[in-house]
Design a protein around this ligand. Sequence first.
Ligand code: SAH
Length: 464
Amino acid sequence: MEKNQEFTVVIEDMSEDGAGVGKLDGYIWFIKDTVIGDVVRAKAMKMKKSYGFARLMEVLEPSGSRVEAACPVARRCGGCQLQSMSYEEQLQFKERKVLNNLMRIGRFGREEINMLPIMGMEHPWRYRNKAQFPFGRDKNGKIIAGFYAGRTHDIIENDDCLLGVEENQEILGIIKRFMEEQGVEPYDETGHKGLVRHALIRKGFKTGEIMVCLVINGRKLSGKNAGTGEERLVEMLRQVKGMTSISYSINTEQTNVIMGKEIVNLYGPGYIRDYIGDVQYQISPLSFYQVNPVQTEKLYKTALEYANLSGNETVWDLYCGIGTISLFLAQKAKQVYGVEIVPQAIEDARRNAAVNGMDHVEFFVGKAEEVLPQQYEKNQIHADVIVVDPPRKGCDTVCLDTILKMQPERVVYVSCDSATLARDLRYLADGGYEVEKVRCCDMFPGTVHCEVVVNMTYCGDKKK
Ligand code: SAH
């Protein structure tokens, strides 16, 4: 096979990152935007020794699980990898992926894994409460907002991502009108010129409160047309129903990091509010907050159920972020301790605990693998339940070793990467814990990502 040569192949499997997999004379092809069961014509793009990547040219016979992608820019954008797959099939794909990792990497037998049905969404669209749109100009010089095309920084115009809220379109329209009117330039990465880099838009789904934060390459939000840029922007954006907070963020660095560290408040209290269950959270432009609040509630309810609290327990929430899980657990625990490495997140966590009148929650800034052993060795702290929700790389071994020393009755593991989850569960299982329940939660429909919550109980020597 030569580069650019076309061929016909049947898609038999899916890779972890959502590409279809087909075989031709023992050679493996990865073809994005295809679905198991498709017969496709594809073009060879890049070839390695035993596998290659090809581009989908035409679907000759569609699979029964294929659907028309709802978004017109789905293929170019790359933000969603599974839009050609029916939602039901997406859910099965995610469950299979998690199960495979637990068996292959975690070396658990199928019979050892009690997998409860994946929690999917009733309406798997418009679920994101947060979006960050870059600004630029198109070939004709018109100001556009959209998304970066997969792996590049070319902006694909799209004011209405179907994963985001409907208000995004109205807000982006206003910002573009404001820029034209005031002569405010979009940022140009190549020359590090221009002003408006991104618009961050957030919405509290339960409160309807909306936040807009413009990220600018400068200290003032004014253009070349004489005028009062900031006041005008506020006047225009306030027309949007629910508008609660308007600000800008100063980012004059040549960097891919979107937000700058300094926020200038233009209108409102500087944050919006939202609820997960009955717990209220205040969210500022720089706060981390789960992007799919509907599914987050299901995930946290499951974590709380697995923690099986009666009201007398001491619970540790490691990798707690802004304390979302900690506060959720605090509804049913005697004492909760949260640990998180980012100091600003802990500030949010403490404020959110106060907002909810929860004084039995305490937060530590630091690494889980340092704070937990220190507290254990110095203060002989105890835990009935430990909840962990680490980043993709999973838990540090020192952290897992401390958990094994502390021997809480239950460990609840919330994970966004089932490969590192499988590795860590094996470590805990070898130390005397038994996996009781595994449940996936689809936080990111359309994409390959999947959250998993696992309940482990201590069996100690019983197991050996
Ligand atoms: N549980 C939170 C956030 C989970 S994301 C929620 O549901 O909202 C994982 C968090 O772990 C991030 O906030 C990240 O800053 C933090 N983190 C990363 N490495 C860490 C470490 N070694 N120790 C403690 N926290 C860490």
